[in-house]
Design a protein. Structure first.
Length: 149
């Protein structure tokens, strides 16, 4: 029978915490986060010049997708141990929802000159919830015989 320490020390599909697979996921997470922050604070003139009105009308998909991506990459890149994965994911959801709210508020800055939208903040929170709670953790479970499920 596997002990509690065996379960806590179970390896993940991507190797241990310092494996190249984890490093790639962490780099992808950092890139997705930087992309999201950059385009959230992209000035109005540049948005209008870069994206058509049709594309801008689908912005809610962009919001959901970005926050789903950064939250799910976070779950996979930083699997974390501990006894309460639900509360870890709840904190992750709260953190990325607050980030989305802060970035939406930042759009009201004169330099950015974009509208601060409650519906965009809700789309950010929806994406964060989907990413935080539906993403697989990347950890393997061990059977009582020591094999993998």
């Amino acid at each position: 029978m596997a002990s509690d320490s065996d379960a806590r020390n179970a390896s993940s599909d991507l190797g241990d915490r310092d494996s190249p697979g984890r490093a790639i996921l962490r780099a992808a997470h950092a890139g997705a986060l930087a992309f999201t922050v950059f385009f959230s604070l992209y000035p109005r003139k540049a948005v209008d010049a870069t994206f058509s009105a049709e594309v801008q009308s689908l912005a809610w998909l962009f919001h959901i997708g970005c926050y789903l991506l950064i939250a799910s990459l976070h779950v996979a890149a930083y699997p974390g141990g501990g006894r309460s994965p639900f509360f870890r994911r709840l904190r992750l959801f709260a953190a990325y929802s607050l980030l989305g709210l802060a970035l939406e508020t930042g759009q009201a800055l004169p330099v950015v000159n974009r509208s601060c939208s409650a519906s965009d903040a809700l789309a950010n929170a929806l994406g964060a919830a989907l990413g935080a709670f539906l993403a697989p953790s990347g950890r393997r479970r061990r059977t009582s015989g020591g094999g993998r499920l």
